[in-house]
Design a binder for this molecule. Sequence first.
Ligand SMILES: Nc1nc2c(c(=O)[nH]1)N[C@H]1C(S)=C(S)[C@@H](COP(=O)(O)OP(=O)(O)OC[C@H]3O[C@@H](n4cnc5c(=O)[nH]c(N)nc54)[C@H](O)[C@@H]3O)O[C@H]1N2
Ligand SMILES: Nc1nc2c(c(=O)[nH]1)N[C@H]1C(S)=C(S)[C@@H](COP(=O)(O)OP(=O)(O)OC[C@H]3O[C@@H](n4cnc5c(=O)[nH]c(N)nc54)[C@H](O)[C@@H]3O)O[C@H]1N2
Ligand code: SF4
Ligand SMILES: [Mo]
Length: 754
Amino acid sequence: MTTEAGTFQKTACILCSMNCGIEVLVEDRRLTRVRGDRQHPTSRGYLCEKAQRLDHYQNAKDRLRTPLRRRPDGSFEAIDWDTAIREIAAKLMGIRDTHGGASIFYYGGGGQGNHLCGTYATATLATLGAVYRSNALAQEKTGEFWVDGKLFGRPRCHTAPDFEHAEVAVFVGKNPWHSHGFPRARHVLKEIASDPGRCLVVIDPRRSETARLAQYHLAVHPGTDAFCLAAILGTLVQEDLVDRRFLAEHTNDAEPVLEALAEIPVADFAKRCGVEESLVREVARRIARAKSVAIQEDLGIQQAPHSTLDSWLEKLVYLLVGSFAKEGGMNIHSRMASLGGGSGGGKRGSTTPVTGARIITGLVPCNVIPDEILTDHPQRLRAMIVESANPAHSLADSKRFREAFAALDCLVVIDVALTETARLAHYVLPTASQFEKWEATFFTLEFPKNAFQLRAPLLAPLPGTLPESEIHRRLVRAMGALDSVDLAPLAEAARRSRGEYAMAFMGLIGTRPELMALAPVILYETLGPTLPPGAEATAVLWGIAQSCFMAFPESVQRAGFPGADALFDAILRERSGITFTVDSYEETWARLDTPDKRIRLMIPELMQELVGLATEPMPSRDERYPFILAAGERRSSSANTIFRDPAWRKVDLEGALRMSPADAADLGVSTGSVVRIVTEGGSATATVEVNDGMRAGHVSLPNGGGLLYPDEAGGERRHGTAPNELTHHAQRDWLAGTPWHKHVPARIERIELS
Ligand SMILES: Nc1nc2c(c(=O)[nH]1)N[C@H]1C(S)=C(S)[C@@H](COP(=O)(O)OP(=O)(O)OC[C@H]3O[C@@H](n4cnc5c(=O)[nH]c(N)nc54)[C@H](O)[C@@H]3O)O[C@H]1N2
Ligand SMILES: Nc1nc2c(c(=O)[nH]1)N[C@H]1C(S)=C(S)[C@@H](COP(=O)(O)OP(=O)(O)OC[C@H]3O[C@@H](n4cnc5c(=O)[nH]c(N)nc54)[C@H](O)[C@@H]3O)O[C@H]1N2
Ligand code: SF4
Ligand SMILES: [Mo]
């Protein structure tokens, strides 16, 4: 759209999983104006304040402009692309040939705004025979995915909360006012809060921005959600508020679950979690009375003790009242492509080779990665490719990750910036930014309408950088994976017609099924040239459109696409994105993946933990660490590590440690005081903010702080506190291995300024 000021181009915000549609004015390679795109199918013009700051990502001072190679003394030297690709290919093939492809680990594959790199990486991994991979999901969502798998048949039976229509909306360890997590979050929250017939329930130790809007705020003691959720469930069962008809018609194994819940000592559990029993009961009754309830859990429980158990209990709340497969409730959504990890085609067990940790949705638990490296076990990991992630900063226990990375024979990092992880690499490959290439995410998590947006580049790649699709193509070629394959007939078929191409492609895979794992590169090289100039990287979406259509034919047809090619054409054409599936609420039943299409209410692996709550000893007060630190809160001034330039922040410039007025008085500190935080994992300094939303004994640091950034004087400086200098890799869930970032025992020491 053109205005007097110039041309606005459509793309999306890359700062959180909502990927709100935006229109951007680009002037002299700067993103000078950003506004919401009203035509975007889910955000419909909605934005939060952070999107205005996207130029700090695009034009950061520490953008990489050339491949780098580490010298023996640890410094970097610039090398050209051909050298980089040749050397990396040779090095990784050498490791593969000596130790096997399983010793090469892949971490990342996309952040909040970019998932195409992970798609192309599968070809590189297949060539190397790599089988183990992970990403940030394995330090937050894998426990929940595992529970979905138990209840609904498969982890990919992931549910969407229908807050737009829910009578009661419940947030457990989730602060959507800042973190979003569903479309147009602030509008929807305000709408519910202002409607006397509806209500918001928030379970959070902190009076968060969402809790301030809520009718019911259950301010639990940190880490006691299992007691709170069990008390709500106990009330539902003991006051006979469950939907017996729903349970009889749609679930198996309800009896043992109901029996266990009938035994929950509600009063004791309410006391244990620090919430009035009457409030717990009132909330349970309100939920039971509602026509519909939708619930969202997030990091406040996923990164705290009992996290996988909490996910089960959270889901039991809506299942016991039958708020499933209906408007305003929980429904199983479609997807454009899966978010979990595949393998590179090699064989992989269900546990990791060194520590035997459970692999969920193909992802190795992040907390065990150092243990899989720092050992003399013959199957240890020896090389790593890190792409679009900053694990040396974002995973628990940065110190241990630095040790582990130093022990690798080869670490390759593909990023836009010189991150904390890139600094430890043997090779760093600079990639074009998300506004300089075709991009998309597979955060397709909505129901009953689900949307997907393919974004076109707003500007040309920064000189010296390449899109990841081209990086992986070059790596695969350098490793010779396609040397024996004649792709000319495929390219020829693509020039003739899409139909002939499909036949030729299937023919090739039919005779050589092992080539399926290289499909992204094959599509890029053969279908790519027939697409708009420079859009080769979108060729992989032709394959993805085929599998999406095969998985959800009727839903895609209801969205107006008679076949996969019509879907692909619309993806390529529509700059604001498309609604690719349309469903009725009944569809949720069809998506259940249990043999009898019934929900399996009982999860035997978690039953003992549930029953054990009643006799769990009270945590003894550890005088060394009297506080619980939530390390990584989402604020208006946090955006993972996507913004590295500290100048993007308007408030909370150094990422304050929030603390209750009572604790501040005890410690003799006030807003602006500098303190030392000491934990089992390490120590760090922070600036205090006295905040009346905090409970006594609970302190909170923002997510994403402590990044190094160039300063005016030509040096660099660390801004804020890096939360994972304080976390410890051993503090994790026994089942899913997810970390307890939100529950770090800590001591706060006043720093006397001399
Ligand atoms: N502004 C902003 N938004 C973001 C991001 C960002 O960096 N900045 N990151 C995005 C990403 S990657 C994610 S995963 C989401 C995460 O989104 P959220 O999970 O909503 O974010 P957090 O603030 O980490 O944690 C949510 C809440 O958990 C509470 N909490 C702490 N301990 C406990 C506890 O023991 N029990 C309970 N019940 N609650 C507890 C905290 O007080 C906090 O209010 O946000 C996304 N959105
Ligand atoms: N203590 C503590 N730790 C946490 C959390 C917490 O709450 N507390 N939150 C956790 C959560 S939920 C998450 S999701 C993780 C997030 O942590 P990570 O998964 O490490 O990811 P991001 O911080 O989102 O960083 C994304 C990386 O991608 C790079 N990048 C940006 N654009 C591109 C591109 O186009 N291509 C490539 N190749 N790279 C690009 C950025 O420079 C950055 O290095 O952090 C986790 N860490
Ligand atoms: S909610 Fe805010 S940060 Fe998230 S995508 Fe939308 S504008 Fe960006
Ligand atoms: Mo996340």
